[in-house]
Design a protein around this ligand. Structure first.
Ligand code: NDP
Length: 401
């Protein structure tokens, strides 16, 4: 047997994966799966921001071709950490764009916030499969993003567990058969809190999600239910659904991720343990599935699955996101930017939990009516709206502080 040939065949059959946001929660779960399936995947590029130690450690372990930090000031640290390894590295916005543009079979888009938009748009040009964790891409620039994906023939495989569930339920369905898609939400740590109690919650309490281990921004978004609001907008773009076809339900056990209702009265559901490695593995292996360490759920053991409607009075972020969805997403960049600023302020003890929806509401109110009747059609227009909303949210924060 010619072992040299066999080895090179194996290498060429391996999928090359770029991870944007490799040092974060989704990024680390992706690397965990690749470590367990090292015969099938190899790393092309990795990116991070502040966590240079983790970024360099992973780059060395996975023999990355290229590594980038978004933070210019950390370039020397990254270079020093990679010295002698032969791994190419860069820093700043252009280096992140370079990582997104380099040859890969799959790009895991897992940068947090609107910072992920430009590199993910770039990845659409060269990478056939995008594992889309960064929902902000679709909230801020849904039409632009989906149009560009179509133009370049890129497959978008959602990584959010609810959207991964919907994607799987919809695989064999003709779009005309679909009445509605319902995303579930755990309800977060304050599901049963009264309005008065919500006024007193702390950052430490908000960061304790009952079911999921995630980065701090999405964990706060889960506590305010803004995460579900952003996901309703995300689903409308991903699956070409009208606002009235996208719903949400509180489901505290986080076992059923999505329900798809069909015109014949059938409802399809996707179930799995609340572990992000299930939807991440699906986006890496699509259209196949990969072996993961997660056991299929045992319904007899779980025994009770409960559902209840979302409360837009106690959780106004849900109402605000739905209003943006119903306005055909014109205000998506404003909703997202004001939320990013307000969540950051809450994490830095500059505002209360209930000031988050107040700031977003005020920003939407002030900036509504700007722009056209459609969501922004180019990146500059999105980033311009994003910037305006940020300035305004900072001003509003000074007023609420
Ligand atoms: P984390 O906060 O854990 O990680 C964010 C990643 O983005 C890190 O690698 C971070 O680098 C990097 N980053 C931060 N700021 C910038 C920037 N300005 N430019 C470039 N890179 C930057 O987030 P999560 O992994 O939790 O979430 C990532 C995305 O996936 C979000 O959009 C989230 O909504 C979505 N998502 C997450 C889920 C989860 O389970 N965590 C579930 C479903 C969706 P560093 O750490 O080095 O500073």
């Amino acid at each position: 047997m010619n072992t040299e040939n066999t080895q090179s065949n194996q290498t060429s059959a391996m999928k090359r994966v770029t991870i944007l946001g490799a040092t974060g929660s989704v990024g680390q779960n992706t690397l965990d799966l690749i470590r367990r399936n090292s015969a099938a995947y190899q790393i092309a590029s990795l990116t991070g921001n502040q966590n240079i130690t983790q970024l360099a450690k992973d780059a060395i372990e996975f023999k990355a071709d290229f590594v980038a930090t978004a933070d210019d000031k950390r370039y020397e640290d990254l270079k020093a950490a990679l010295a002698g390894t032969g791994i190419d590295c860069g820093a700043g916005r252009t280096a992140i764009i370079e990582a997104a543009s380099r040859n890969a079979d799959i790009c895991m888009a897992a940068i947090v916030g609107v910072a992920g938009l430009e590199p993910t748009l770039k990845a659409l040009e060269t990478t056939p499969v995008i594992g889309l964790a960064n929902k902000e891409c679709l909230v801020t620039a849904g039409s632009l993003f989906m149009t560009k994906a179509r133009e370049h023939g890129a497959h978008i495989i959602p990584v959010d567990s609810e959207h991964s569930g919907a994607f799987q339920c919809l695989l064999a369905e003709c779009p005309n058969n679909i009445k509605a898609v319902t995303l579930t939400a755990s309800g977060g740590p304050f599901r049963s809190h009264s309005l008065k109690e919500l006024g007193q919650v702390t950052k430490q309490q908000a960061l304790k999600h009952p079911n999921w281990e995630m980065g701090s921004k999405i964990t706060i978004d889960s506590a305010t239910l803004m995460n579900k609001g952003l996901e309703l907008i995300e689903a409308s773009h991903l699956f070409h659904l009208k606002a009235e076809q996208v719903n949400m339900l509180i489901h505290p056990q986080s076992v059923v991720h999505c329900l798809v209702s069909c015109k014949d009265g059938s409802t399809l559901a996707q179930l799995s343990a609340p572990d992000m490695r299930v939807p991440i593995s699906y986006s890496l292996a699509w259209p196949e599935r990969m072996q993961t360490p997660i056991e299929p759920i045992d319904l007899a053991k779980i025994a009770h699955l409960t559902f209840e409607p979302g409360d837009e009075v106690r959780f106004p972020c849900l109402r605000l996101a739905r209003e943006v969805l119903e306005s055909h997403n014109i205000a998506g960049p404003v909703l997202n930017a004001a939320n990013e600023v307000a969540v950051e302020a809450f994490l830095n003890d500059h505002c209360t939990f209930m000031a988050i929806p107040d700031i977003i509401d005020a920003a939407l109110d002030k900036l509504s009516g700007i722009g056209s009747n459609h969501d922004p059609q180019d990146l500059n227009a999105v980033l311009h709206l994003d910037q305006q909303a940020r300035y305004l949210a900072f001003d509003l924060l000074k007023l609420t502080a």
